[in-house]
Design a protein around this ligand. Structure first.
Ligand SMILES: *[C@@H]1O[C@H](CO)[C@@H](O)[C@H](O)[C@H]1NC(C)=O
Ligand SMILES: *[C@@H]1O[C@H](CO)[C@@H](O)[C@H](O)[C@H]1NC(C)=O
Ligand SMILES: *[C@@H]1O[C@H](CO)[C@@H](O)[C@H](O)[C@H]1NC(C)=O
Length: 293
């Protein structure tokens, strides 16, 4: 049962009413997300820090990340709903990619195979390469469940710290990636990465600000970290088994799984990556499974 209905029913006088009705079915998370409404259709709790949803590239501005057309370029945890002007956020991203990745800095965008499926507290994207991404969120954490099709080679998830929603309107309001860091630790059963990214500008013309992240995968993985030559280009300087990177140039990590079903939890914080780990670990504790109502 979706969280909101659970909470409403916890305070209701008669539980029989709650059992009989599923009010979540009346919520339209995608209201206003097309034709210039720019609302955010992904998952978030009321007033939640995290708004987890897809980032689409169409050649013009994707203010809330979402667009009904275009290519998925990532699934990120922070978004703004309902502004025009210029995109804001679209950071702390993951991108699932099948097969061998020779350069994670190139455009990894991929089309949809069908319209996204937004529900209260749940969102699903179906990629044209057969990968599906299901999402859920708590206040300061997101959960992403990937299903990779068999027969397409390895299952990868790319974490590109330089990923941010760009502006294409030439008004000087585009966000910039200013640098970051990432470190990876693995066990026989799982993977963890943590770090931070700094960015500026966007619709509110912000000075430099930093978000910290901490991500887990529930499957064993091999990984490579990567480092670009600069903050925007696609030239690779490092792409190897180093467990950490820190720079003002583009950086991140590629995680490679033999499993075809992989679930990730990612916490965010504006204070520290340690707090992001706490947010990612405990806020999802009772919510390990992504469920549709
Ligand atoms: C992307 O996918 C949609 C939905 O399947 C389709 O209508 C559209 O033609 C595709 N676009 C491209 C450029 O292939
Ligand atoms: C990563 O960057 C953040 C923000 O600048 C900084 O607080 C932290 O010390 C850095 N971590 C490492 C390992 O360099
Ligand atoms: C996946 O399988 C390959 C080939 O058997 C192996 O080399 C690799 O270590 C495996 N990866 C993980 C994360 O177990």
């Amino acid at each position: 049962m979706p969280r909101l209905v659970r909470i409403a029913c916890a305070f209701a006088a008669t539980t029989s009413l709650c059992k009989a009705q599923n009010l979540a079915q009346y919520v339209l998370p995608n209201m206003g997300d097309s034709n210039g409404g720019n609302t955010f259709p992904g998952v978030s709790l009321p007033f939640g820090v995290v708004k987890l949803g897809p980032d689409l590239y169409t050649g013009s501005d994707s203010y809330s990340g979402y667009q009904p057309t275009g290519n998925f370029i990532g699934f990120s945890l922070l978004h703004e709903s309902g502004t025009g002007g210029a995109p804001k956020y679209g950071v702390v991203a993951q991108m699932p990619v099948p097969g061998t990745i020779n350069n994670p800095l190139v455009d990894l965008g991929v089309n949809r195979s069908k319209a996204d499926e937004p529900r209260l507290g749940y969102y699903k994207s179906s990629l044209s390469n057969g990968i599906t991404v299901e999402m859920s969120a708590t206040n300061r954490a997101g959960m992403l469940k990937y299903e990779f099709p068999a027969g397409q080679g390895a299952s990868n998830v790319v974490v590109d710290v330089s990923h941010v929603l760009s502006s294409y309107r030439g008004q000087g309001l585009g966000q910039s990636y200013l640098g970051g860091n990432i470190s990876v630790t693995t066990t026989d059963a799982s993977v963890r990465y943590q770090g931070s990214g700094s960015y500026d500008n966007g619709w509110n013309r912000a000075p430099k600000w930093t978000v910290f992240f901490c991500g887990y995968f529930d499957q064993p993985a091999t990984f490579k970290t990567f480092l670009g030559k600069d903050a925007t280009g696609i030239t690779l300087v490092d792409y190897d088994g180093s467990s950490s990177q820190g720079s003002q140039a583009r950086l991140g990590a590629v995680f490679t799984f033999n499993a075809t079903s992989v679930t990730s939890r990612v916490g965010v914080s504006f204070i520290s990556s340690e707090q992001a780990c706490t947010n990612g670990a405990f806020q999802n504790h009772d919510d390990r499974h992504i469920q549709r109502d």
